[in-house]
Design a protein around this ligand. Structure first.
Ligand code: PLP
Length: 771
């Protein structure tokens, strides 16, 4: 069996694309250098090229059982899909009967190339049939009853042999019966992209009219594909021109691609001389990976049944972890997987899993791990080891609880952690010496994560608090308080009734002790009548200079103020609360809000005064409370429709524009580092990613990432606010933030820049492009 893998990275995203098999790459290279003729030329060079092309076609036909059907080479499956759909619909259009209502059917879990092409050609050809998605059940099987009821009026039906996200295959025999019993003439396209090399197909023995395929899903290069067209199916060339492919698809043929396909087909036909594993071996690999995944993540849920899916695709979710987190984790462990399909990797949920009716969290956290038939035992073994190391890194950084390691000596958490879910924030403060903690504004969806962190770090919460009664979400406070502080008597926001009273200046405040720090409660009504701000300070006699963080809930948000149009709101109350906060804390004290709509992490009064004219007017005494009421009412009214959400950044137009940050390429950064030893590299990936990258023995030796870029300290995004707090006096230093892809570092650098870190830069493209 040939070894195509680079074992530094274990590539488990074959359903997106595959590497080119070395033998196929060699054949493509030969075709470029030696067999480079134009198959249309009549000289010997051209004849040789044509011979290769026809041999490849014969191999494809033999492999697919195409018999008298046509086999045309295309640029890939998307072109094949257009060709089939366009051919079928053009013919169907010529047969439309007056007054009859027609539909076009496609499977709800189809690759987007299919419904999007159907909609496009339905409109362009002026057919305007109703396009209907065929539902699937929880296992991904098409609803045959639906097809039975609808197909009689269908001009075309498009289904898929194997799904790209779940590997679920359809029972094509049963499907065919259902279609043909109810409409013998409807044009039927089956997207066979993910079936090639994984399911046997005997196309001419079926009534499938069009079957598109793609080379790059099975170890051929991108840019080559093919389509089978049934002997009796209508056909209209999709690309006209020089008459290549017998006039069926013009354009000079992609001979290097064809040469590569030729090799792949040869291997599929001649199993003895193949790099491909048998189904049994692939099934064994799936079992082995499943075992490791389950051992690593005991609560893992698989999103499809193994009974009706090909062994090369595993789709799963880990409760409590988003797909982005698992992807980042696996990427750091040098295992490449994907969330959903590569074409829609910006989308945070899977329409395929939604169509299967799986719970929302499974769809939002779905991870697809897929491999091809050229997978090797060594790759599976390494993948399994790395999956276990990845899980280990998660438990070491207290994101997953491993009971056997609770007592393990690990670096104690010291200071502030910002957790987030969407744009909402939860804050945890841990005091290293006393092992005490504060939990502020706990979100219910983060309950498990907070609980895990507290247990793993063996922290005792002194209070679990909400800064106000949240109108837009329920609090996770009660559940956590019941677990950790069941005997503590508190008010409805979790503030202990036996908190000590403190005299500061002329005023009395309630306060809690956390190690050497004090948490001072300040009533700041406005957003709601119960809103409070919590000042964490090291010296109660000197709040302005010693308050490290002000947890101010929704009173002051980044770029705006909390809305004051709830029934328990009071704009006038807010006016006085803002002044009160201004009196008590310093202009640079970090404000930790319960929302962060714009990825800014934290803010300060001085930063907000610059961009929030209303706040500035209040704090500089240029408006009175009635003028504030008028302006605030006006602002709030523009947000009337978003009942239950706070004022979004944007209420003050244009003020949320992000700063332009200096960007380094890996080359320019290396040059900078070589001449300036004072540049500080900050790796802002999460601790588990950082740990994995630095423990993988492959990293420094093979990845080419030179020590310059790897020398940075690790300040994860969850700890960035503490970093900002600790470096308030050092805003001139040169910091370069680095992450995996450059997107987190950019956001964090912008946030730091806004707070006055004038020499902050980031590495464009992150570590991904630096090796
Ligand atoms: N159909 C399916 C099921 C696929 O997985 C893909 C690729 O993602 C396509 C169609 C599109 O194929 P191509 O990239 O060759 O255009």
């Amino acid at each position: 069996m040939s070894q195509i893998a680079n074992l530094d990275q274990i590539y488990l995203d074959a359903n997106a694309t595959t590497p080119v098999l070395p033998q196929a790459a060699q054949a493509a290279m030969d075709a470029m250098q030696n067999l480079f003729g134009n198959p249309s030329s009549s000289h010997i060079t051209g004849l040789k090229a044509k011979n290769l092309m026809e041999q490849t076609r014969q191999r494809a036909k033999a492999l697919l059982g195409a018999e008298n059907g046509k086999l045309i080479f295309t640029s890939g499956a998307t072109e094949g899909i257009q060709t089939g759909i366009w051919s079928g619909l053009i013919k169907a259009k010529s047969q439309l009967k007056e007054g009859k209502k027609y539909c076009i059917l496609y499977g709800a879990t189809e690759h987007k190339a299919v419904p999007n092409s159907l909609a496009h050609w339905n409109e362009i050809l002026g057919i305007n049939a109703e396009i209907k998605a065929i539902p699937v059940n929880q296992f991904g099987d098409l609803d045959l009853e639906f097809i039975k009821n609808e197909v009689d009026n269908a001009l075309m039906i498009c289904t898929m042999a194997v799904n790209n996200e779940t590997g679920v295959y359809q029972d094509l025999k049963k499907l065919e019966h259902c279609i043909r019993d109810n409409n013998p003439d409807v044009y039927w396209l089956v997207d066979c992209v993910q079936a090639l090399g994984k399911r046997s197909l005997n196309l001419a023995k079926t009534s499938i009219d069009y079957a598109p395929f793609s080379g790059h899903k099975l170890y051929a290069p991108k840019g080559i594909g093919f389509i089978y067209i049934r002997e009796t199916a209508p056909f209209t060339p999709f690309i006209a021109g020089g008459g290549q492919e017998g006039g069926l698809r013009s354009g000079t043929e992609n001979l290097p691609g064809l040469a590569a396909l030729n090799v792949i087909f040869g291997m599929l036909l001649n199993k003895d001389n193949s790099s491909f594993c048998s189904v049994e071996v692939l099934e064994h690999y799936r079992q082995q990976l499943t075992k490791s995944l389950t051992q690593a993540f005991p609560s893992i849920v698989f999103n499809h049944s193994y009974k009706n899916s090909v062994p090369t695709t595993l789709n799963f979710a880990v409760p409590g972890f988003s797909s982005k987190e698992i992807m980042d984790l696996f990427d750091a462990a040098n295992i490449r997987v994907s969330s959903g399909s590569a074409c829609s990797s910006k989308v945070t949920r899977s329409f395929v899993l939604d169509a299967m009716g799986l719970p929302a969290w499974q769809s939002e956290s779905a991870i697809r791990l897929s491999f091809g038939p050229a997978m090797t035992q060594i790759e599976v073994d390494i993948a399994c080891q790395r999956i276990l190391s990845a899980a280990n890194a998660l438990s070491n950084s207290c994101l997953m609880l491993d009971d056997s390691k609770i007592d393990q000596d690990r670096a104690p958490l010291d200071g502030l952690v910002q957790l987030r879910s969407g744009s909402s924030c939860t804050w945890i403060y841990a005091d290293k010496e006393s092992k005490q903690a504060l939990v502020i504004d706990p979100l219910p969806e983060l309950e498990k994560r907070i609980d895990t962190l507290l247990q793993c770090q063996q922290l005792t919460p002194v209070a679990i608090l909400d800064t106000h009664g949240h109108a837009d979400h329920v609090s996770g406070r009660v559940a956590l308080a019941q677990k950790y502080l069941s005997s503590q008597k508190t008010n409805e926001l979790g503030w202990p009734t036996n908190a000590t009273e403190l005299q500061i200046g002329n005023e009395k405040f309630n306060a809690l002790t956390l190690g050497k720090l004090t948490l001072v409660k300040v009533a700041t009504p406005g957003h709601t009548d119960d809103s409070m701000s919590l000042l964490l300070t090291s010296d109660t006699n000197n709040l302005t200079t010693s308050t490290r963080y002000a947890f101010c809930g929704d009173t002051i948000l980044m770029g705006s103020l909390g809305r004051t149009n709830f029934s328990s709101s009071s704009a006038i109350g807010m006016y006085h609360s803002l002044k009160q906060i201004n009196r008590l804390i310093g202009q640079q004290t970090l404000l930790c809000a319960s929302h962060d709509y714009n990825n800014e992490f934290t803010t300060s009064l001085s930063a907000e005064r610059i961009r929030n004219p209303l706040l500035q007017a209040v704090l500089s005494d240029t408006i009175d409370e009635s003028q504030f009421l008028e302006k605030k009412t006006d602002l709030d009214s523009s947000l009337q429709d978003e009942v239950g959400t706070e004022i979004l950044c944007g209420a003050y137009s244009g003020e949320c524009d992000k700063a332009k940050i200096k960007e380094y390429t890996s080359e320019s950064l290396r040059q900078r580092l070589a001449v300036s030893p004072n540049v500080n590299i900050i790796d802002i990936r999460e601790a588990y990613e950082y740990a994995l990258q630095h423990t993988l023995d492959t990293t420094s030796e093979h990845s080419g990432t030179d020590s310059g870029l790897n020398r940075g300290v690790n300040i994860p995004m969850t700890r960035l606010v503490q970093f900002i707090q600790e470096h308030q006096a050092d805003k001139e230093s040169e910091w370069v933030l680095v992450c995996r892809s450059g997107s987190r570092s950019m956001v964090a650098a912008q946030a730091m820049h806004r707070l006055g870190f004038v020499n902050v830069a980031h590495l464009k493209g992150g570590y991904a492009l630096s090796s």
